[in-house]
Design a binder for this molecule. Sequence first.
Ligand SMILES: Cc1cc2nc3c(=O)[nH]c(=O)nc-3n(C[C@H](O)[C@H](O)[C@H](O)COP(=O)(O)OP(=O)(O)OC[C@H]3O[C@@H](n4cnc5c(N)ncnc54)[C@H](O)[C@@H]3O)c2cc1C
Length: 355
Amino acid sequence: MEILKDYDLTELNTFHIKAKAKFFVEVKNEKDLVKLFLTPMFQESEKLFLGGGSNILFTQDFPGIVILNKLKGIEILEDDSETVLVKSLGGEWWNDLVNFTVERGFWGIENLSLIPGTVGATPVQNIGAYGVELKDVLQNVEAYEIATGEKKIFSCAECKLGYRDSIFKRELKGKYFISAVTLKLNKNENENLRYKTLKDYIEKNNLIIKNPKDISRAVAEIRRGKLPDPKILGNAGSFFKNVYISEVDFKNILMSYPEMPYFLEDLPSETVDGKLEGVIKIPSGWLIEQCGPRHGGGSWKGYREGNVGVHERQALVLVNYGGATGEEIKKLAYQIIDSVYQKFGLRLTPEVNFV
Ligand SMILES: Cc1cc2nc3c(=O)[nH]c(=O)nc-3n(C[C@H](O)[C@H](O)[C@H](O)COP(=O)(O)OP(=O)(O)OC[C@H]3O[C@@H](n4cnc5c(N)ncnc54)[C@H](O)[C@@H]3O)c2cc1C
């Protein structure tokens, strides 16, 4: 295990923001991880755990140590006639784990196909897409406590997973390194086509769903058509979370904006701090499309200023056209937040983690 100095992180974040880490280390096994945790240099430094860098915005060089998760391995732990427990170490690519499961006919994470990043980061924001969240299949999370180097197993309930939220983003932020995730998947047919876009795509293309791989393929096709590939255009997927409001607030806003789209059926799971019953989802992408600078045509969608912009097909996605700094992206994000607040009185929350 080699600790490198002044390490360039440009290729380790999907925004392709130029930033350096004062110290950098790749962790390939759990023994090295514990050894590292117990060194005084590690204990004294600021720390950043990094997976695929697909949910991170570097706004400056990182003054401490970046630990890149390279723990690899996927295994089937238990298997009965109905369910299977699959454990993956945290440095595996999430989509490789999806492929591992759909190839074997296991149902549960096919709707989460093609989400970039590592397995170890998935509980941090409880990844979700096309009507499924990690929470629906998570059995437990293994994580090492930074202060002691001790391993703890968190049950799904203990992770307090909510809409793009978890205990690892709140009270345990930066306190544990997630080393492995175990999922409980179904061996029997258990398709989830509640999400309208997915259902419509399958119907429109006359697809016959025989196994989870068929759904995985459909999800991948939809995603490729909708989202820019970070290898070609720097981005971190949806920059903002969707907005959830009470029925009372919703009715008030609807009086001024009767055309505002909303979803009742797609309720997120409970948030860390409370219930979401009676909550209405407003797609943030739509709110962003309705606002924007005059010289940009009155909508943020497709807006570009210098090296940064808002993607032309997906208003939730901020992009680096090349050479942008994290500060430039952050500034654009806050301009968008302000303009949406001015118009609708609704405050967008970034999904991306600022560093
Ligand atoms: C094109 C695109 C599409 C996307 N689509 C979706 C989507 O549909 N749904 C969705 O939910 N997300 C989506 N995302 C966001 C992103 O893919 C997920 O959040 C993913 O889980 C991040 O994984 P990562 O390994 O890249 O995490 P990173 O960006 O490396 O890290 C994210 C956060 O987790 C922390 N972290 C990382 N690893 C660990 C660890 N082992 N232990 C503790 N903390 C850790 C980091 O410190 C950081 O705070 C998308 C991103 C892109 C670029």
